[in-house]
Design a protein around this ligand. Structure first.
Ligand code: GDP
Length: 294
């Protein structure tokens, strides 16, 4: 994950360390290399510019240059700012004070919505919740079957009724949660190949009828800046509350993970790091920054 970025940053910091005493020019040179490394990692160029501006404002002063270990001070500043960039702290999936909590999983087809829905149900089960899944991706029968298979594995009930509309399915989910005493409803909504009006209209209608406590946008990290553009488009129409970033395990660059928060102001709440049901974890900016810096 993010191997190329980690390697480039390590080389940059190693060169800086080998210089011994640092001048302002040395620090600026190192930051130029950090800038290139981030651009090569497909981080949004505006995000890179603002990030470097913040780092430089802190790293080029006398405090840093005259400190005992200026190279360490620069690395610490880069680390701090990376953490800020990714949202600074772990963002939880919020539970309604008055159950059931309603969680919509939205996004484009193939992003990993169905898998993430089941993974989230499993995670909540492990936290002592009683989730219920709703298969509302009615245009793709395979998605309904896929959700059933996954739900079976984790022994979570799933509401499926292919002849119903997505709005009706959301209603059925709510009714079933009452009947079965479930405290979280996770709705796997339909995805399309492109962001389109029908998709948005349908999601708005569902949310108007059964309001979301969390509306999580599922995006594929491997699609880089496309994932960021998708997030911007969805955010224009829907009250998103956060992002689930999938396929981080296959993402060699890191551009989406490092840009999406700053561009959209949406927190990354969860990350998918594999195809297995246990491969979902809360997104931890601190730990991610450590992994990036190696
Ligand atoms: P949906 O169309 O958005 O519901 O997407 P799916 O849940 O069907 O996922 C599409 C493909 O991506 C499937 O083959 C999943 O196994 C795979 N997938 C989902 N999440 C991850 C992940 O975190 N890592 C990897 N490597 N594959 C994933």
């Amino acid at each position: 994950m993010f191997d190329a970025l980690t390697e480039k940053l390590q080389q940059t910091f190693k060169r800086m360390r080998n210089k011994g005493r640092l001048t302002e020019a040395d620090v600026k040179e190192a930051l130029r290399e950090v800038r290139l490394a981030l651009l090569e990692a497909d981080v949004n160029f505006k995000v890179v510019r603002e990030f470097l501006g913040r780092v430089e404002a802190r790293a080029v002063g006398q405090d840093v240059l005259e400190s005992l270990t200026p190279d360490q001070a620069v690395i610490r500043i880069v680390r701090d700012e990376l953490i800020q960039l990714m949202g600074s702290h772990v963002e939880r999936v919020h539970m309604a004070s008055n159950p059931p909590t309603v969680i919509y999983m939205v996004g484009l087809q193939g992003a990993g919505k169905t898998t993430a829905s089941a993974k989230l149900a499993r995670m909540l089960r492990h936290q002592g919740r009683q989730p219920l899944l709703v298969a509302a991706d009615i245009y793709r029968p395979a998605a309904i079957d896929q959700l059933k298979v996954l739900a079976d594995k984790i022994q979570v009930p799933v509401v499926t009724e292919p002849s119903k509309t997505p709005v009706e399915l959301a209603e059925l989910g709510k009714a079933a949660s009452r009947r079965m005493a479930k405290d979280v409803i996770i709705i796997d909504t339909a995805g399309r190949l492109h962001v389109d009006d029908d998709l948005m209209g349908e999601l708005e209608a569902m949310n108007a009828r059964i309001p979301a406590n969390e509306m999580l946008l599922v995006v594929d990290a491997m699609t880089g800046q496309d994932a960021v553009r998708v997030a911007e488009a969805f955010k224009e129409r829907l009250p998103l509350t956060g992002v689930v970033m999938t396929k981080l395990d296959g993402d060699a660059r890191g551009g989406a993970a490092l840009s999406i928060r700053e561009v959209t102001q949406l927190p990354i709440k969860l990350v998918g790091s594999g195809e297995k049901l246990e491969d979902l974890e809360p997104f931890n900016p601190d730990r991610m920054a450590s992994r990036i810096l190696g």
